[in-house]
Write a protein that binds this ligand. Sequence first.
Ligand SMILES: Cc1ncc(C[n+]2csc(CCOP(=O)(O)OP(=O)(O)O)c2C)c(N)n1
Ligand SMILES: [Mg+2]
Length: 357
Amino acid sequence: MDTNAADAIFQEKVSFDKFREEILKDYRVGCESRQTSLLGRKEVLTGKAKFGIFGDGKEVAQVAMAKFFKPGDFRAGYYRDQTFMLASGLSNIEQFFSQLYADPDVNNDPFSAGRQMNSHFATKFVDENGEWLDLANKKNVSSDVAPTAGQMPRALGLAYASKFFRNSDLADEFKHLSNNGNEICFCTIGDAATSEGHFWETMNAAGVLQVPLAVFVWDDGYGISVPKKYQTIKSSISTALNGFQKENDTNGINIYKLKGWDYAGMCEVLEHAIQDIRDTHIPALFHIEEITQPQGHSTSGSHERYKEYERLLWEKEWDCLKKMKEWILENALADEDELEDIEINAKELAKHSRQNA
Ligand SMILES: Cc1ncc(C[n+]2csc(CCOP(=O)(O)OP(=O)(O)O)c2C)c(N)n1
Ligand SMILES: [Mg+2]
């Protein structure tokens, strides 16, 4: 074999190993997040924290989303995004539990020093003296708010700022805030909250203004106990938004429908779609369907009381981590033993982090 051919085989092996590693890392983060949710609910129901709301069922969609969230980008989201925070390196599990326990030390709960409801995240924008940090080189999270859809107008504002910064005469002066408008605001919202005025006003304004906004709808089919047939016209927010679709000679938004258990499918579409938003400032809506909530809405209720037996069975079968595991095995990216090790370690890490918190 000549050296060039050997080199090519070596390069191919390196890129395959990297690809495999990346996937197993995503699976690991998903498992760690799930264990955090399972333990978190127990902590509340045994009286160690007042209230808990978790991101179980949304893990795979969020590890996929986090892959394309770059320094300089912003998130304006809601309380389901713990996996995104873990995958982006913006939270660890110990900090998550510290917030659940309302720890008032900002070194333990860096999001709110015990003042916000759990799963309400934030990163610092200014230093002790009120001076802007170098936001263009940091991953940024605007503080989550309790009123559902309250994140929407802010998401629009953050995306609109990037439009101003792009090609502005002041770009040099503000290069700590924007990389010439190349950043994106990633916005998340639940299916039920898309019924609110803030959602519709934001989508309309984004489509008119053409701003770099990526809206992810985590569609788990419910707003607490209310199924979407009572909440969303035609039971589908992407269908409802059909008229917003951008055409060649119009403004508007791009609309994508994805499945929350389909790791490969989401990564493939998001890679191009997110780059497109960065380059063109055409906003997009990602309707992530077939998402589950294995533990129901929050620690205040039991979903077994209002979900049909068939729905509960379906949620077990279509659990995103189960589907991701099947996909890894089918594609021979790892064997059962290796995945089991990841699962056991995830459980240990969650327990250890809870204990430390
Ligand atoms: C303005 C407002 N109305 C009602 C509530 C109470 N509330 C909290 S979460 C929720 C349901 C949200 O469902 P969805 O948007 O589908 O998100 P999910 O929890 O299913 O991810 C409601 C009604 C609230 N927080 N804010
Ligand atoms: Mg919902």
